[in-house]
Design a protein. Sequence first.
Length: 281
Amino acid sequence: MAIFYYFCRNFEKTMLKFISFGSGSSGNCYWLSTGSDALIIDIGVGLRGLRKNCKEYGVSLQQIHHVLVTHDHADHIKSVGSLSADFSLPVHATREVHDGINRNYCVAKKVAPDLACYIEKGTTITLGDFQVTPFGVPHDSADNVGYFIEAGGTNFCLITDAGQVTDEMKPFITRARHLVIEANHDEEMVVNGPYPKFLKDRILSATGHLSNRACGEAIAQNMSEGLQHVWLCHLSEENNHPELARKTVESVLRSYGIVAGTDLQVEVLKRNSPTGPFELR
């Protein structure tokens, strides 16, 4: 009985938990915690709002030991220098992304050189409780990576701001048990919408953003039976809607014989407010 009790307590302590504090062009920020360690992916939200949301969720920014950055667009890095400075946090990104952060005028406070840590795509690093593997994701930024993270006896994969799904990305989708993936827009809404042609072309390009249908195809064509939960992220406010994104992805999955709610769970992350927390097993 004592051994069983110890096992349950230890399992609870190391269970991976996930919160999205924002997912969209207004600001992106994702939190992962094992209970004893925590990291954040992207800091594109304001620190004041993030502190408020953390307090409401009963977590603290002081629990964070690692910061990961996907790419250098403002909605992913606006507050990265301030957070890093306030808590002396190392910021992990590729050299090109760090250079982009330093060039971005939207980042008022830059990352201090001694806190800038350089990662390489395809090379796994250990950050406390987390095993982190960055991989390339095509986007019109200085550089862009997705993250495959193993911790707490499970794994988590994040793919955002992806113009297309490449052969480099596919194995990580296949291995994922918990997947955050972009479903940015409905193609017809973009084509028929008010955006100027150059912006429409950018969104629809191979270095733009993933559509709802392309997102569904990426999941259906690459998932394994181990995939438990999918969250759709980075939805466009002008060219998408949460219900439309979910229904389109679920329709594509159904055309492959995959039933959402039975074979896996599909949810949409909110753009401007937190979603979660979720326990990842």
